[in-house]
Design a protein around this ligand. Structure first.
Ligand code: DP6
Length: 325
């Protein structure tokens, strides 16, 4: 009983940060994201009586720090499917793990779809999103296509993501600028528990529904300038919450700030580019496709960018026929 799934990473435009339920991973607020077609995880899951325990191969290695969390997610899926079968799981990313690129999002989306597919569970997108969410919150947004909204909900059944627009809806590009691919010291799961220690967190939550309404309108109008302004302001607000948590979380590196200033300069010179950022030093820089080469040329002149990955809006998680083992 084997199945393979390929899941995109997603970048949050309006962020998920803080939970009301740590176990179910219910978020404090709804969030909006875009799937990234250039960054993905492929996962094969095989359930079989021949396995006496779960066997996890993560990026080619049998020993992985992620194994415990993966097995916990398999346990949840086994409980839903009412089976005791153990599994072999092989999973591989085409990008560095734990670098501020959401590897847990694509990882748990791929694991969910592959495991549920292997068990022949025949679930719809909403059901898959609900299961993926319990592995990693942001993973629920990697299940549907393109531009996505995660409704925060107040129970497990009401907290899921759905597509707002398909991947080909808007010709914009996220240029991911990798500044560091080192594993971050504080994971986003741990970081989020500190959010409410920031005195800016309550005002953030007061305004977040309004922000979501505005970005959905900008998306509906394909208004790139307003879209850019709001995602950049949101990224800075998130960093402000992190920096004013206790203890303070500072994900920026000096190069991050240098590049932010460089992006502002490019805008002054007429190149419309806007950044967003998650729990890490790397930047996601958005441009309209017509400005893609111009931005990449400029970024190549910036010091401190190790690698650039250009991503179009991507489709959601799909089962595929090519297995990893
Ligand atoms: C900053 O989804 O990694 O990327 O639910 O604890 O696994 P867990 O957290 P995770 O948090 C992502 C936080 C973020 C913002 C976002 O993606 O919305």
């Amino acid at each position: 009983m084997k199945a393979t799934a390929k899941a995109p990473a997603n970048i949050a435009l309006i962020k998920y940060w803080g939970k009301t339920d740590e176990i179910l991973r219910l978020p404090q607020n709804s969030s909006i994201s875009m799937n990234l077609d250039g960054l993905f995880t492929t996962t094969t899951v095989d359930f079989d009586e021949k396995y006496i325990s779960d066997e996890i191969i993560f990026n080619g290695e049998a020993k992985s720090k992620q194994a415990g969390r993966i097995i916990k997610h398999l346990d949840l899926i086994r409980k839903i499917a009412k089976t005791g079968l153990r599994a072999k799981v092989a999973t591989s990313n085409n990008f560095p793990a734990a670098s501020g690129i959401a590897s847990s999002a694509s990882g748990f989306a791929a694991l969910t779809v592959a495991a549920c597919g292997a068990l022949g569970m025949n679930l719809n997108e909403k059901e898959l999103s609900i299961i993926a969410r319990q592995g990693s919150g942001s993973a629920c947004r990697s299940i549907p296509d393109g531009f996505v909204e995660w409704h925060k909900g107040d129970t497990s059944e009401t907290s899921f993501a759905e597509s707002l627009h398909p991947a080909d809806y808007w010709d914009i590009i996220d240029i991911v600028a990798i500044i560091s691919d080192e594993e971050k010291a504080v994971s986003s799961t741990a970081g989020q528990t500190l959010a409410s220690a920031s005195r800016f967190f309550a005002p953030r939550l007061e305004n977040i529904e309004n922000k979501i309404r505005v970005i959905k309108k900008n998306l509906a109008n394909r208004d790139f300038r307003r879209f850019g302004e709001i995602i950049e302001a949101e990224a800075l607000e998130l960093q402000a919450i992190m920096m004013t948590s206790s203890p303070a979380l500072i994900y920026w590196q000096p190069k991050t700030l240098e590049i932010i200033k460089g992006i502002h300069k490019l805008r002054e010179q007429g190149l419309e580019a806007y950044f967003t950022e998650d729990a890490g030093p790397n930047l996601h820089i958005f441009v309209e496709n017509k400005n893609r080469s111009a931005l990449i040329d400029k970024l190549k002149g910036f010091e401190g960018i190790k690698r650039i990955i250009a991503c179009k809006p991507g489709s959601g998680t799909k089962q595929v026929d090519t297995h990893l083992f």
